[in-house]
Design a protein around this ligand. Structure first.
Ligand SMILES: [Zn+2]
Length: 468
């Protein structure tokens, strides 16, 4: 039998994970997925696995090289196994079964015969997978009409009451599945928020502590990142190159988990994407460490990140949705991707948003420490209204005028401006950041992304409020 390249992916992943009210729903949902995919990976030898290489960094997509095995039998067996394992997990947690669970996860798999040219076969594999995903419209067994819906996902029928919540079997599994994950503890959002204040808590419940102390800081950061254009990069590599890259990504995801778990909690660390909570007191440090470690892997790749800073009472499913949207927007912000979106949320609304580069976070941090530029974010928009398109020269003029005004405002705020080299340096860096907010619309038509620039300053202002 000829060798085959084989790939498999499952869906829904995003909605399955983000249907969460408590942090535990999110942690368990993500663990269930990684257990399902982990079991799939275990079926294959190291020689057969191309992506991911490391079975600790589980991704919802796998690529294999099969020799002497029938890919059709394998694909069909895995499809059955994944849904059977999921039904078992639901039954173990809830002691219930419903026929709508039979094809809860849609399993997409394709295989192509491995020809002489590995890269060509790989490209065909990817193309076929896309086609299969587009063609197959799965009919999930419909829910009985008129039946009360689950209060968590609002999609499936209510089946089991838990913690006074009327949950469907899937959501109830996330809530009751604790006995299957006894080795792991799931911190609440309030636990994450107060990680840096353990001595103040004196053993009391974190949420009760935050509720009783209005002056305590109440925000955490949700960190989400995703390797840029991984599919494209993999397609351009020979087999050996793919395996090496896949190994390095696995190594990095283990490092990333370690870094985040020091001052927060990882939700998932897949081969190419990451989600985790971070205590705000360590946010800058964690970001620096992640970027340094990624850089040190020398993978010739970049990643895009979103940092969502939210009040611990903001609805978690909303935080997760915003975080994913921000990541998507940040991916499209720069031509070469590699961006970072930062958003600050109160308990129910978005307060500030900006998209920048990793280096610009250092500027935010320094400006915060130096306690400068406190009013610029609302004074500048009163003076400038740069909505329209401009020629290149007009835009240069506009930027120069804004830079002068920023300097004037900074001087008014700090009378010692001219003698303070550090302050002058920060002004210079802020001007460079302003200069980068240019969008080319067409030939000699430009736009200044003033909104993003003001968003940056508003974010700075928010950082002062939510961080220690
Ligand atoms: Zn539900």
């Amino acid at each position: 039998m000829k060798p085959y390249l084989f790939t498999l992916t499952i869906s829904p992943v995003q909605s399955f994970i983000s249907q969460a009210r408590k942090s535990q729903d999110l942690f368990v949902g993500s663990q269930i997925l990684s257990q399902l995919m982990g079991k799939v990976l275990e079926t294959f030898t190291e020689e057969e696995r191309i992506f991911p290489q490391n079975t600790n960094a589980i991704s919802n997509k796998i690529v294999l090289k099969l020799v002497g095995k029938d890919p059709k039998t394998i694909g069909e067996n895995l499809e059955r196994q994944i849904n059977k394992d999921f039904i078992n997990a639901v039954f173990k947690a809830t002691c219930q079964y419903h026929s709508s669970l039979n094809n809860f996860f849609q399993v997409y798999w394709v295989a192509v015969e491995l020809g002489d040219k590995y890269q060509e076969s790989y490209k065909n594999l990817e193309r076929n997978l896309r086609t299969v995903k587009n063609l197959r419209t799965f009919s999930q067994e419909s829910q009985t009409a008129g039946h009360q819906k689950c209060s968590l996902c609002g999609e499936r029928n209510f089946a089991k009451e838990y913690d006074k919540e009327k949950l469907c079997l899937v959501c109830a599994t996330k809530r009751c599945d604790l006995q299957n994950h006894s080795n792991d503890s799931f911190p609440s959002l309030a636990d994450i928020v107060t990680l840096d204040r353990k001595e103040k808590l004196k053993g009391q419940d974190a949420e009760a502590f935050l509720d009783a102390n209005p002056s305590e800081k109440k925000h955490y950061a949700l960190l989400h990142f995703d390797v840029d254009s991984l599919g494209k990069t993999l397609s351009g590599l020979p087999e050996k190159g793919q395996i090496e890259l896949s190994e390095k990504l696995g190594e990095f995801s283990i490092k990333a988990k370690k870094i985040v778990d020091k001052s927060g909690k990882t939700v998932y660390a897949g081969g190419d994407d990451f989600l985790g909570f971070v205590n705000l007191a360590s946010l800058f440090e964690v970001i620096d460490e992640l970027y340094c470690d990624f850089e040190s892997m020398k993978m010739d790749l970049t990643f895009t990140a979103s940092i969502l800073i939210a009040h611990y009472k903001a609805p978690l499913h909303k935080v997760l949705d915003y975080s994913r949207e921000l990541l998507e927007e940040s991916k499209n912000h720069f031509d070469d991707k590699n961006g970072v979106g930062i958003m600050v949320m109160s308990s129910n609304a978005i307060i500030s948003k900006t998209i920048c580069r990793y280096e610009d976070i250092g500027l935010l941090q320094k400006m915060k420490e130096k306690e400068i530029a406190k009013h610029i974010h609302f004074k500048l928009p009163m003076i400038f209204n740069t909505l329209s398109e401009m020629s290149y020269d007009e835009m240069l003029m506009e930027k120069a005028m804004i830079a002068v005004e920023i300097k004037r405002l900074l001087k008014r705020e700090n009378p010692n401006f001219e003698k303070d080299d550090e302050l002058k340096e920060l002004h210079k860096k802020l001007t460079i950041f302003l200069n980068k907010q240019t969008k080319e619309l067409s030939a000699n038509r430009y736009k200044l992304d003033f909104e993003n620039f003001i968003g940056f300053l508003k974010t700075l202002e928010q950082f002062r409020g939510v961080m220690q």
